[in-house]
Ligand binder design. Sequence first.
Ligand SMILES: [Zn+2]
Length: 90
Amino acid sequence: MYPYKTYTGTSASLATTSDRWVKAIVYQYKNSLLDTTTKRTKTATHEFRHALSVAHPTSSSTVAVMQQGVLNYYDLKTYDKDSLKAKGGK
Ligand SMILES: [Zn+2]
């Protein structure tokens, strides 16, 4: 996923999770490890949360949909819920 803090017809500037994003482009590649409805839904959930400026956990041991890699976490875990609440959600 590529988040942008500015994006015009002639220039674009990549954003970090602390920037306000004006656009995010998400690519979902065909991958035999992810080629089930459940896993595509998990990937879409993960990438959508990035569009809400939620980052990956800083610890690789955190159990979360937002953890990177091909993992079997399909429902939202504590990190997933708390990280979105920290962005102003309820
Ligand atoms: Zn990610």
